[in-house]
Design a protein around this ligand. Structure first.
Ligand SMILES: [Zn+2]
Length: 89
């Protein structure tokens, strides 16, 4: 997982080490099979996907090898939706 580390000093002494995690890019494992999901971004004006995912309204979908998938209008929302779904189940 991508992250950055930084030291926090107080009165010239090391107080603690902070870690910044880029949550926007971190996908949780699949809730059904534990596998790693894959992000697929569909360029605008591409409608081929509608033939096998008729309910796709957006330009990004995240799928897993166990055939579960979610869709959203962009990558950020798709990641949020995927991670929220994992948490709810
Ligand atoms: Zn899965």
């Amino acid at each position: 997982m991508p992250y950055a580390e930084f030291n926090i000093f107080e009165d010239d002494e090391l107080y603690c080490v902070g870690i910044v995690v880029d949550l926007g890019e971190v996908l949780k494992p699949c809730p059904f099979c534990g596998g790693d999901p894959v992000i697929n971004e569909i360029p605008p004006h591409t409608h081929v996907i509608a033939t096998f995912m008729p309910d796709c309204k957006g330009e990004c979908f995240i799928e897993c090898k166990c055939s579960c998938a979610i869709t959203a209008e962009n990558k950020k929302k798709a990641i949020e939706k995927w991670n929220r779904r994992v948490k709810n189940e």
